[in-house]
Design a protein around this ligand. Structure first.
Ligand code: AMP
Ligand code: MG
Length: 336
């Protein structure tokens, strides 16, 4: 008995952090394909990675970070070719990618028809943020996973970004399936984010590549960075926050029942509907907040697709991921 419990605790510790050799990277890739979370080094900071094409997997990122809101995440890809399957990159964006990738440059562009990055990772936007990191472990992991990897910094929301595996463990222990230890992330600065969504390229977030370097590569001045919120997640630039950020339907929150003509956004089967033909989508019939987070953006799209003008929304618990879900629904319900 005693031996078993000792083994279990040491197994748990060694299972969570692994020196990033080929075997550990393969194990990490398998965890990612299975919908788990893997922290890995990049040249900027350690990232908390999940399969960007799976909203269930991406929901776990927000849960682990305890983020109070859904910010769009950067999808990490292995090469420019992979990026071009995800986004419609204009020639200026390709010029920057050719010069700075692999490296601390994130490109935001309209999502391509073939985009595999899920709605939740894009926070419901029609654009997608992409980067090819300059780190051997990160690139090997992304290649082995065979899909884009969504990865914000691997720290608890509001804490400082981690630059060592030990920092990740200190912040996220027990919330990540594997931490690949690849030594110190040597830059510590975040990637520079350049958007190609508006008329003119714009820097959404200053970072490790200076504005002047970007301007020189493009042979033009860039649009000004938008006002940004304090804290780790800058708000979206004007021009990117439109589109599917808010549904066309009006939302009535904390509803107990459907009124005539309303559709329903349910949680745990709480909404009473007298009209059996009403459109009712349940974020999670079993009351699971991870499942609800995974569904929220695609369901809001679905109401638009079905032409619903008014949606009654059931109460959603406020703990855990419920905070971010409520935040999103409150914004969507705000008068425009
Ligand atoms: P990070 O905190 O390094 O993971 O970077 C995430 C940030 O990238 C977000 O807070 C946004 O500022 C930006 N971002 C990601 N996706 C998009 C997008 N589709 N449109 C605009 N900005 C984005
Ligand atoms: Mg961060």
């Amino acid at each position: 008995m005693r031996r078993e419990s000792v083994m279990r605790s040491s197994d748990a510790a060694s299972a969570r952090v692994a020196f990033a050799d080929d075997a550990a990277i393969d194990r990490g890739a398998q965890i990612l394909r299975d919908g788990g979370l893997v922290a890995f080094p990049t040249e900027t900071v350690y990232g908390l990675g999940a399969d960007a094409s799976s909203s269930q997997a991406v929901a776990k990122i927000y849960q682990a970070k305890r983020r109070p809101s859904f910010n769009p995440l950067i999808a990490h890809v292995a090469c420019l070719e992979a990026a071009r399957r995800e986004a419609r990159l204009p020639s200026a964006a390709i010029k920057l990618a050719t010069k700075f990738w692999p490296g601390p440059l994130t490109l935001v562009a309209p999502a391509a028809e073939t985009c595999s990055v899920c709605d939740l990772a894009r926070a419901g936007l029609d654009s997608v943020a992409l980067r090819v990191p300059a780190n051997r472990v990160a690139l090997a992991l992304i290649r082995a996973a065979g899909r884009p990897i969504a990865a914000p910094s691997a720290n608890r929301s509001g804490h400082v970004s981690p630059v060592t595996a030990a920092h990740v463990v200190a912040d996220l222990d027990g919330r990540v399936d594997l931490v690949l230890d690849g030594g110190r992330a040597n830059m510590g600065l975040e990637s520079t984010i350049v958007s190609f969504v508006g008329e003119k390229p714009a820097i959404l977030r200053p970072g490790a590549i200076a504005r002047a370097e970007i301007a020189a590569a493009l042979g033009m001045e860039l649009g000004a960075a938008p006002e940004q919120e304090a804290g780790e997640a800058p708000i979206l630039a004007g021009g990117t926050a439109k589109s599917h950020d808010a549904p066309r339907a009006s939302l009535r929150l904390d509803a107990a029942e459907l009124r005539p003509g309303e559709a329903g956004l349910d949680f745990g089967g709480a909404l009473a509907a007298s009209d059996p033909s009403a459109v009712v989508l349940d974020l999670s019939p079993g009351g699971d907040l991870v499942e609800a987070a995974a569904n929220v953006f695609s369901f809001l799209r679905e109401f638009d697709a079905r032409g619903c003008a008014a949606v009654a929304v059931a109460p959603i618990p406020r703990h855990g991921l419920g905070e971010a879900i409520n935040d999103r629904l409150r914004r969507a319900a705000a008068p425009r």
